[in-house]
Ligand binder design. Structure first.
Ligand SMILES: *[C@@H]1O[C@H](CO)[C@@H](O)[C@H](O)[C@H]1NC(C)=O
Ligand SMILES: *[C@@H]1O[C@H](CO)[C@@H](O)[C@H](O)[C@H]1NC(C)=O
Ligand SMILES: *[C@@H]1O[C@H](CO)[C@@H](O)[C@H](O)[C@H]1NC(C)=O
Ligand SMILES: *[C@@H]1O[C@H](CO)[C@@H](O)[C@H](O)[C@H]1NC(C)=O
Ligand SMILES: *[C@@H]1O[C@H](CO)[C@@H](O)[C@H](O)[C@H]1NC(C)=O
Ligand SMILES: *[C@@H]1O[C@H](CO)[C@@H](O)[C@H](O)[C@H]1NC(C)=O
Length: 898
């Protein structure tokens, strides 16, 4: 529901899952946190519609404007979209009370969409990570290219020449020497546009200009470097498609968010400028495929462009939490795989013979000079809680030392505060066996391995004359990543609530060395599906170069990448289950095979859906494009089945989502055959869902039909749910998070309203409705009803309405839903994401509707009286006209006397 961000992740945040104490209701801000921009919407017109007086208008849009004006709705046009065949419409801000239902009924109006905000990607320059791997420098060919076969494509002389890629992001620092140093014809960055200006935050007016330069944010430059950084630099950074040309579309200011209407504008400009590929390392948790940016991105893909979009960094939130616009049905949504190496820095050891000590920070810690070490607890090498409490009085002044502290028990910030209290100005934490961790502290400190830590402790005990220094701009050292080649834990899990296969594929996104704007330091290691996405975009450029820049190739791209991808295991252990396809998609992109394989498979994905909408039988074809006959053997390869909901709970399992072995059964016919050159053959796959599973865990099973040819491997991915989504509870009606049952109305004192209460709407005296969704819902609405209502009773049609938040009610004239007699609606949202468990101000933990004015959704005052609020949320796959398909909640009596 709430749009969130992505893209660069600090591991320490992901690992820290503190046990939640109940959150006091009074701590929840009594301010509506509706997911959409107030008073703004996008109207899409149908240019072929039969409109009265059509000939009087140059454009359908003008006719629609006149019809809106005729209804006394005042509005401003923010933007018009005129991409015939893709999207024609306008973004409007309404300045008078709108009547959305009437708008929806205007001839020529095809759809009305709310405008969603997407937060900006946070730059994480000081990224870090590592584990207890060995610290030997690895010969440096760009590791991500080796992992995906890009090095082999480069060896054949393909670098993306002649392909144009539009990057929708924070802008690009084109002054960077590895990005050509300038913008314009003949340069690597051919052009672009700044849709927003530096000061844009998502909450203010964008100030566009022609210059997409970004020297304040940085994210887009990192993305651009992954695609197109020139090789032959001291760091061996090399773009996947460094001879391609780029367009930079700047849609974020230096800070803050961007709204959907600007994303749509930039997408359409990208098409107009003739880009072959559009790439977006952005988005927000959504769960559905219907947001306006998802829809437009999908149509662009369908029209014959390649569109790559980040899957999201919400892996810790578990399944069913996919992002838009990556949810766009025909786009390539990209998950993140960990790089095989981690670029780190190293400290030099003086006074004793010892190799440099790698520390997991990039770039170098800002520490000048050589420092003696001080170990807090030299006599306890396994102390669990080093520096978790104030240090003893006997501690010397630590300002002249590099303090050595063991990791564990309390947060790093606590340890830092305790050593700072004794004057410390720098520190190294040594690992306690917990493995990878990046620190992002306002204090010069980093993690080192347990082994190196113990070495330092021994030296200290022996009174050795040891000192450490931290060379600045020193050599980058690649150490083996303990999680290299596995899915990044932050990578978002699908599927969508309407059961689309998201993500599509994965690419290297964890620990990626690339560029930063020159004023921000020129290079950085970052992690995120933001980094995986441009990798896929660059790979797509190589594909178009090799196979030809046609709409047909572009439309085939996702299937080519999916069918040639390589399955990712769920753990390092060779025998571990393949990771659920809800996180890896079809697997790690395998660029060389996607481009040069001489077999093609007609589809990459088979969607079995849930048990109520089950599709058991699927067909695909295998074609031999080679010059000799080939024999193929087909087999089933199950991935781990994801238990997406916690045991005895309505809440989703947190990531990493638990996997079990129970697999589907597949009968493949034929499973062995030979094809002559040019010959193709249909294959039928008949699936039976796995047995022995607890349906209340909502097990999502997945896997591959593996196709082995001579020296070639392909697969078709499948995905199904061994339960019915219709049975899944969507509304959180527990006391798990607040210590009191929700939904609830919070009164002026910040407490849950238990008894009948009158509200005056003077000052703070108004009701605030609070709810959470344990699962996404297509329709969520809040109505004012008579206090004696029987929810099943009533025969009158409900009133028509729209919302302050400009949500778009669908006309429901019949069915049991419409027979529920309501006084009037307060709000309705469509295609709402579930909540996560982040209750911070920026989080998506809870939805709040502050009724700070006694009005219906259309702005009309609610007459004085005693009422109740009726809350309804539609179950997944439910029918919006049927009351019985909703979960409902009725409030205590709410008196409105304003
Ligand atoms: C870059 O690659 C070359 C050749 O592969 C290697 O000799 C050199 O050490 C690498 N440099 C870095 C900074 O990794
Ligand atoms: C799964 O089934 C539901 C219910 O019929 C349908 O709305 C949805 O589109 C289906 N998903 C896919 C990917 O076909
Ligand atoms: C609310 O106000 C109405 C009208 O003044 C009154 O009849 C009713 O008793 C009040 N209810 C409460 C709970 O104070
Ligand atoms: C606004 O909504 C209320 C409740 O549905 C309805 O009674 C009222 O007529 C509407 N007002 C207008 C101006 O449409
Ligand atoms: C919803 O139910 C109504 C009434 O039974 C039916 O006419 C309509 O086709 C249903 N809609 C869908 C999408 O199934
Ligand atoms: C509603 O009730 C309030 C408080 O009793 C009163 O001040 C106000 O005049 C009433 N409004 C109407 C329209 O009767």
């Amino acid at each position: 529901m709430k749009p969130f961000i992505y893209y660069s992740v600090v591991y320490s945040l992901l690992g820290a899952s503190a046990v939640l104490a109940a959150i006091p209701l009074s701590s929840i801000q009594r301010v509506s946190n509706a997911p959409t921009v107030p008073n703004k919407f996008i109207v899409e017109v149908d240019t072929t519609a039969n409109i009265p007086n059509k000939r009087a208008y140059a454009r359908t849009l003008d006719a629609v404007y006149d019809s809106i004006k005729a209804r006394d709705v005042q509005f401003d046009v923010n933007k018009e979209y005129e991409a015939s065949g893709v999207f024609v419409g306008a973004s409007l801000t309404i300045s008078s009370t709108p009547d959305a239902v009437a708008l929806e009924a205007i001839p020529g109006v095809k759809a009305i969409y709310p405008v969603t905000l997407f937060k900006a990607p946070a730059p994480v320059e000081k990224h870090v990570v590592s584990g207890p791997g060995d610290a030997k420098a690895i010969p440096s060919i760009f590791s991500t290219h080796v992992a995906t076969g890009v090095d082999k494509v480069h060896a054949k002389g393909f670098f993306g020449k002649g392909i144009k890629i539009g990057i929708l992001d924070t802008g690009i620092d084109y002054t960077h020497p590895l990005l050509g140093g300038a913008i314009g014809a003949g340069k690597k960055i051919l052009g672009g546009y700044d849709f927003v200006g530096d000061a844009y935050t998502g909450a203010n007016e964008p100030i566009p200009d022609n210059d997409p330069l970004d020297q304040c944010q940085g994210h887009g430059t990192h993305v651009a470097g992954i695609i197109a950084a020139d090789p032959n630099n001291p760091y061996n950074i090399t773009g996947v498609a460094y001879e391609s040309s780029l367009y930079a579309y700047r849609i974020f200011g230096c800070d803050g968010s961007v709204s959907d209407d600007i994303i749509v504008d930039a997408l359409l400009k990208g098409v107009e400028d003739g880009n072959d590929i559009l790439t977006l390392s952005l988005g927000g948790a959504d769960g559905w495929t219907s947001s306006v940016s998802s829809v437009v991105a999908s149509r662009i893909a369908k029209s014959g462009k390649i569109v790559t979009i980040a899957a999201g960094n919400d892996g810790s939130d578990g399944s069913w939490y996919t992002s838009s616009p990556g949810n766009g049905i025909d786009v390539i949504s990209v998950g993140s795989v960990e790089n095989t190496v981690i670029p780190v820095q190293q400290a030099l050891v003086h006074g004793v013979e010892h190799a440099p000590i790698p520390y997991y920070t990039f770039p170098a810690l800002p520490i000048d000079g050589e420092w003696p070490i001080y170990v807090l607890t030299p006599n306890d090498l396994t102390i669990p809680n080093d520096a978790c409490n104030p240090l003893p009085d006997s501690t010397p002044d630590l300002s002249e030392y590099l303090v050595i502290v063991r990791r564990g028990t309390c947060p790093f910030v606590t340890k830092v505060a305790n050593i700072q209290a004794k004057g410390a100005q720098r520190a190294l934490f040594y690992d306690n066996g917990n493995g990878p961790l990046g620190l992002s502290l306002d204090f010069p400190a980093s993690l080192i391995s347990a082994e190196d830590g113990l070495f330092l402790v021994e030296q200290f005990k022996a009174n050795a004359p040891i000192k450490l220094s931290f060379p600045q701009g020193g050599e980058i050292v690649n150490i083996q990543s303990p999680t290299g080649g596995l899915m990044s834990t932050f990578s978002t899990y699908g599927p969508t609530n309407d059961f689309y296969f998201k993500p599509s594929i994965s690419a290297p996104g964890g620990n990626i060395l690339s560029l930063l704007p020159v004023p921000l330091g020129s290079l950085a290691v970052m992690s995120g599906t933001s980094m995986a996405t441009p990798f896929a975009a660059g790979s797509a450029a190589l594909l178009l170069e090799v196979k030809g820049k046609t709409a047909a190739t572009a439309r085939a791209a996702r299937t080519l990448f999916e069918t040639t991808a390589v399955s990712v295991r769920s753990a390092r252990d060779e025998l571990s289950l393949p990771q659920t396809l809800t996180q890896q998609g079809s697997g790690l992109i395998n660029v060389y095979d996607a481009l040069f394989a001489t077999t093609s498979v007609s589809t990459g994905q088979l969607i079995l859906n849930d048990t109520a909408n089950y599709k058991a039988l699927h067909t695909f074809t295998v074609k031999n494009n080679g010059k000799t006959a080939k024999s193929y053997t087909l087999s089933h390869q199950a991935a781990g089945t994801a238990l997406t909901i916690q045991e005895n709970s309505i809440f989703p399992s947190h990531g990493p989502v638990p996997l079990v072995q129970n697999a589907a059964n597949v009968i493949i016919t034929p499973s062995k055959f030979t094809l002559r050159p040019g010959q193709s053959l249909p294959v039928v796959a008949l699936f039976t869902p796995p047995r022995g599973l607890d349906t209340t865990r909502y097990p999502v099973y997945s896997g591959f039909i593996h196709i082995a040819g001579p020296g070639e491997n392909f697969h078709v991915s499948y995905l199904g749910l061994a339960a019915s989504l219709k049975t899944k509870q969507v509304v959180d009606n527990t006391d798990v998070f607040f210590g009191e049952k929700i939904p609830t109305i919070v009164d002026s004192t910040g407490n849950a309203q238990a008894a009948p209460t009158n509200y005056t709407f003077a000052g703070e005296d108004y009701p605030t409705f609070l709810f959470r969704l344990a699962f996404g819902s297509r329709v969520v609405r809040l109505d004012v009803v008579q206090p004696d209502i029987k929810v099943e009773a009533g025969l009158n049609n409900r009133g028509l309405f729209d919302g302050h938040w400009f949500t778009f009610p669908h006309l429901v004239k019949s069915g049991s839903f419409a027979r529920v007699k309501v006084v009037g609606p307060v709000a309705e949202w469509n295609s709402v994401s579930r909540n996560n468990e982040d209750f911070s101000a920026d989080g998506n933990g809870v939805n709040v509707v502050a009724m700070d004015a006694p009005t219906f959704a259309n702005g009309t005052t609610i007459p004085n009286g005693s009422y109740r609020l009726l809350f309804r949320a539609l179950k997944v796959t439910g029918n919006r006209t049927k009351q019985e398909d909703y979960e409902t909640w009725l409030s205590p009596i709410v008196g409105i006397f304003a």
